[in-house]
Design a binder for this molecule. Structure first.
Ligand code: MV4
Length: 445
């Protein structure tokens, strides 16, 4: 097994990885920016190396600094967590060139899945259902108009380098095409340095349901059921749950099989996620494949009783997947607690946490790096904690969540706790009747 892993990340996920490494007898190296010197990931790791000033581009994203930190500490592997360098093909390649195992996808895989149009073509060829649309990139405006006629309006134009909704437009009719075509390409060029666009039929009010997968270097792949991530705002997930209230045994079988097909088609190694859009008729379509561990991996861990970080490390080392079928027997919900003011359009609310008390008891899990007296730096993501409840049924998981949110004290800053409390009383949410449009209509009381 690996002897020492460097964690190229911060916050709760750095801590999450350190915890599993400890249980596996693997030494850990934390890296940190000067703004994070008092963070728990620095305290809990066996060693810690400062990699730069507060700005991410000069620290957590600075490849030479991360590689140097791994070299001077003699780390034999790097775990990138999520975000930062986790899906950076150059970083994956540079790790390889320096004989450090990158616990994530190969540079080729990241490149292949990072280009959305080519990822879609690969999936289509493998027999994974995809949204009807352009077979590849659109050449020009006329090509876009002609394709839209065939696909039938409304359509969506999407940046092939995109993700997170950037460079994406809904087009309802031909009159709107020119304006959206130009602005989407501009946005995409500015954000990604690439203005390649493709087209899809616009799926109205879909659910975002993703399937957790794992694959090994021997060509085996399995799925670990779904997560419903439909409750999002501006492409930021707020709540995730498994099982999806919209799921049926039949749909899970079909989506699970499609996700495994997707993983096998690209000889996927490691843990990953296949994202799907699911329409009201329960037809589902491949959207993206994520080649990293995700924020919401926790709820899957809870319902199948399985350490996904441990699995990820073992697969990176070359072990086989167990090949089991994983059907959730429990219900888990995760609320993302962000340092944001839900009353002020979820505006970031960094600062010092003056009081801090975590809920506890049966069926409660909290993944966080914060504590009383912790200063939330303004430079990074606003998520400060993940509150997860697990119970036999959805109703019980919601009851536990209400109880836990009521116990949770985070003083000195604004958090999304009040939002989650209202969500847990929302009729549509309680009925499991929600799509990705849910937050457009949600109003805080
Ligand atoms: C779509 C769609 C409807 N139809 N594609 C948003 C992010 C990007 N990964 C894909 N996205 C969407 N693609 C078609 N053909 C609606 C969305 C979408 C969405 C998807 C998942 C979760 C939240 C969303 C919010 C708005 C739009």
């Amino acid at each position: 097994m690996f002897k020492k892993i460097l964690i190229a990340n911060r916050g709760e996920i750095a801590l999450r990885v350190i915890r599993t490494c400890k249980e596996m007898g693997i030494k850990t190296v934390a890296v940190y920016s000067t703004a994070d010197k008092d963070s728990l990931h620095v305290k809990f790791a066996d060693e810690a190396v400062c990699v730069g000033p507060p700005s991410s581009t000069d620290s957590y994203l600075k490849i030479p600094n991360i590689i140097s930190a791994a070299e001077i500490t003699n780390a034999d592997a790097i775990h990138p967590g999520y975000g930062f360098l986790s899906e950076n093909a150059d970083f994956s390649r540079i790790c390889k060139e320096n004989e450090i195992k990158f616990i994530g996808a190969s540079p080729e895989m990241i490149g292949q899945m990072g280009d959305k149009a080519s990822a879609k073509a690969t999936m289509l060829k493998a027999g994974v259902p995809c949204v009807p649309g352009s077979p590849g990139l659109l050449k020009d405006l006329d090509h876009a108009k002609a394709t839209a006629k065939k696909v039938v309006y409304p359509v969506m134009i999407k940046a092939t380098a995109g993700g997170g909704g950037k460079g994406m437009r809904i087009v309802w009719n031909e009159d709107e095409m020119e304006e959206h075509w130009n602005s989407a390409r501009q946005e995409s060029k500015a954000a990604f340095g690439n203005d390649g666009m493709y087209m899809e039929k616009f799926i109205e009010e879909p659910r975002h349901i993703e399937i957790q997968i794992a694959g090994d270097r021997f060509g085996n792949a399995c799925h670990m059921s779904e997560r419903d991530c439909s409750i999002q705002r501006r492409h930021q997930k707020l709540v995730e749950e498994v099982p999806s209230p919209f799921m049926t045994t039949k749909l899970r079988k079909l989506m699970g099989r499609a996700a495994v097909k997707a993983a096998k088609a690209v000889k996927y190694e490691g843990v990953g996620t296949v994202e799907f859009l699911v329409d009201k008729n329960r037809d589902f379509y491949f959207m993206e494949m994520n080649t990293r561990i995700q924020v919401e991996h926790t709820i899957t861990e809870e319902v199948i009783n399985y350490d996904l970080i441990k699995e990820q490390i073992k697969l990176a080392y070359g072990e086989k997947i167990s090949g089991k079928e994983y059907i959730p027997k429990m219900h888990a919900i995760q609320c993302r607690i962000n340092a944001e003011d839900p009353e002020k359009d979820f505006r970031p609310s960094p600062g010092k946490i003056t009081d801090y008390h975590e809920p506890g008891g049966h069926g409660i899990r909290i993944d966080t790096h914060v504590y009383a007296g912790y200063l939330i730096p303004p430079y990074y993501d606003s998520m400060i904690s993940k509150l997860i409840t697990v119970a036999q049924t959805r109703d019980e998981a919601i009851t536990k969540m209400k109880r836990a949110l009521g116990e949770y004290i985070v003083g000195g800053i604004k958090t999304t706790i009040p939002f989650h409390q209202q969500l847990m009383e929302n009729e549509k949410f309680l009925e499991g009747d929600f799509t990705t449009k849910f937050m457009d209509d949600f109003e805080l009381k």
